[in-house]
Design a protein around this ligand. Structure first.
Ligand code: R5P
Length: 294
């Protein structure tokens, strides 16, 4: 097995090659004068290739680099596993309003057409979104590793999921931190506006609340939950998310409402957060299925 790292691997290619003990080679990316991307895949001495490329912003560029790479590898008859730590477009897994394209299906189709037969990603927003993939799809859960980064940093921890969908993540995190957890009910309208309907449980008085979510984009969800936790008596509020997309003013939006500290995983680069390394989780997943790679 050989690791082939893309320009948006965020260092996970290096970490993975060390953990797995496999050789690492880098994809060479340049530009044609007109701006089109040129990808060159070096000669590889192994047919089992694990391509590592995250698809954070600029999503289309990073995705296209991955597609060109896999297409070239499939011309060479390589057995391709794509490790895509953050899978772009996975949140649009249905038409929320009439006529909206189901972007995750299109991305999965393109990856398969480019030769990817095995895809590994980390905490996609909806796990069943990958069911459409015509190859084999695997999901790595980073929640426990993320929770270990938080552990020991809070005096009276209390895990809060900002919506029902985040309950499993919160439950996993709370089992590591060994504290209580609950969720609040969030409503999002078709224009993306969110509001809180009700909270389940609560009891945040004197607690150091840590909000766990799969992704932070605009920071609006975390800000709403943080305001709620403070209103219910929390001593402090921190936030942890697997994927720190951090669009627009996300960081300031959270700071403004008193989010003290931010934690994330290394699926996406973000300098202002404490980052948990999930390479061992991915390596363990690959190792678990090793016989199918050989
Ligand atoms: C949605 O259900 C997700 O779990 C996140 O809560 C959401 O995508 C975060 O987006 P934003 O940071 O823009 O509120």
């Amino acid at each position: 097995m050989i690791i082939l790292g893309g320009s948006a691997s965020n260092g996970l290619d290096i970490l993975l090659s060390k953990v797995i003990g496999a050789d690492l080679t880098k994809i060479e990316t340049t530009k044609f004068p007109d701006g089109e991307m040129k990808v060159k895949v070096p000669e590889l001495n192994d047919e089992n290739v694990v391509v590592v490329q995250s698809t954070y912003s600029p999503q289309e560029k990073n995705l296209f680099e991955l597609l060109l790479t896999c297409h070239e590898l499939s011309r060479r008859k390589a057995k391709i596993t794509a490790v895509i730590p953050y899978l772009a477009y996975a949140r649009q897994n249905r038409s929320f309003t009439s006529g909206e394209a189901v972007s995750v299906d299109m991305v999965l189709d393109m990856l398969h057409a480019a030769g990817v037969r095995r895809l590994i990603t980390v905490n996609p927003h909806k796990s069943d979104a990958l069911a459409y993939f015509k190859g084999k799809a695997g999901i790595v859960d980073a929640s426990k590793t993320l929770a270990r980064a938080v552990m020991g940093q809070l005096d009276e921890p209390f895990v809060l999921a900002p919506d029902k969908g985040g309950l499993n993540l919160a439950k996993n995190a709370a089992s590591v931190i060994k504290c209580e957890y609950t969720h609040i009910e969030k409503i999002r309208d078709n224009y993306g506006n969110v509001s809180i309907k009700k909270a389940h449980g609560g009891g945040f008085k004197g607690k150091d609340v840590i909000i766990f979510d799969d992704v932070i984009s605009t920071g609006g969800t975390i800000a709403l939950a943080a305001r709620y936790a403070y209103a219910e008596g929390a001593t402090s509020v921190c936030a942890a998310a697997v994927h720190l997309l951090m669009a627009d003013e996300a960081y300031n939006r959270m700071k403004t409402v008193g989010v003290v500290k931010l934690f994330g995983a290394n699926t996406i680069p973000f300098e202002k957060a404490e980052i948990a390394d999930i390479s061992s989780d991915i390596a363990e997943f690959i190792d678990h299925e090793k016989k199918e790679y050989d």
